[in-house]
Ligand binder design. Structure first.
Ligand code: PSU
Ligand code: MN
Length: 304
């Protein structure tokens, strides 16, 4: 086994059998600018505590997998320049070479499984990019959901992605996509989309039971819980469409490829909306953290 460094808070929660919610760190290093990234990360952790669970932010620091970061570690990760973005492919290399990296959704799911954590909250997952029919740009997050037993709470996927294709790949991979409290698949900045979600649940206990049932059936993989952004924090799709198109055409013109695509688009959308995209992003991540804390507590009741 590899070395895992638990924060004292997570260590105590494990010993007491309390519910724990995993959090990613790429959203901190590559998803939001400093200092809001650190403020939001701390706020989201606090939301999870207030909802009755314990937060475990994941990162690899100097080759050690951290499950839970203390405030100093969060601060230094949030300020650091040039931190690697690590997904499934990069994570073992990062650990083996003693490097520092922030975990994507895929890598956070792997870390959660290693730490025995079943529920994870984030903003949006990676998916199938627009133009994937020529670029083949499909996030490793989707294949991770098919093989690692973690329930991921996200606000759907961003309109920087091709949402119908993202849903098709999730279906092919056998990943349950469950909209929370509504029929349509939420589209990150908008609570509703014109896509019907494959499944719907209205109750955290049901979601926990579905997770436990998957495990009892020995099916690998997790679940995607698509939790709509709170109505008062939405940004109209028609306001964002031209911004996304501009960001995408700049990425194409500058030849941005591979793991740089998503951070490039997120940064340009933040700049082009003069921070409006960030305000919405914060509201939805906090909302996801609160739902994940409820699901984690329900799952705990089933497994204790
Ligand atoms: N989508 C967002 N915000 C994010 C990300 C995606 O709305 O911060 C981050 C997550 O860490 C996700 C990663 O796992 O980007 C996906 O990157 P890629 O498309 O390169 O797989
Ligand atoms: Mn990609």
């Amino acid at each position: 086994m590899i070395e895992i460094q638990y924060s004292s808070e997570v260590q105590a929660a494990k010993a007491e059998g309390r519910a724990i919610v995993a959090l990613e760190s790429t959203i901190i290093t590559h998803g939001m600018p400093y200092p809001q990234n650190v403020e939001v990360a701390a706020q989201v952790e606090q939301d999870i505590r207030e909802a009755g669970a314990v937060p475990a932010t994941m990162a690899v620091m100097n080759g050690v997998l951290h499950v839970g970061l203390d405030p100093d570690q969060l601060q230094s990760l949030g300020q650091a320049k040039g931190v690697a973005k690590i997904s499934r492919a990069d994570m073992p290399a990062c650990i083996a070479t003693g490097s520092t990296g922030a975990t994507t959704v895929a890598a956070t799911m792997i870390a959660a499984r290693l730490a025995g954590i079943g529920v994870f909250a984030t903003g949006g997952i990676g998916g199938v990019h627009k133009g994937a029919e020529t670029t083949f740009d499909i996030s490793a997050d989707l294949m991770e959901l098919a093989q690692t037993p973690v329930t991921v709470v996200a606000a759907g996927a961003k309109a920087i992605l091709d949402l119908p294709k993202t849903l098709e790949v999730l279906e092919t991979q056998g990943v349950p996509v469950i909209a929370y409290g509504q029929d349509s698949f939420p589209a990150f900045w908008s609570a509703q989309s014109d896509l019907k979600a494959p499944l719907r649940m209205d109750d955290p206990a049901q979601i926990a039971r579905a997770h436990a049932t998957r495990q009892a059936m020995d099916l690998p993989g997790g679940q995607l819980i698509a939790n709509p952004i709170p109505a008062d924090a939405q940004i109209a799709a028609e306001d964002l469409a031209p911004v996304i198109a501009q960001a995408q055409s700049e990425a194409d013109a500058q030849g941005v490829t591979g793991k740089d695509v998503t951070p490039f688009l997120l940064r340009r959308i933040f700049e082009l909306t003069e921070g409006r995209s960030l305000t919405a992003n914060i509201a939805l991540v906090r909302n996801n953290a609160r739902l994940a804390a409820k699901i984690a507590q329900e799952l705990n009741k089933l497994t204790q």
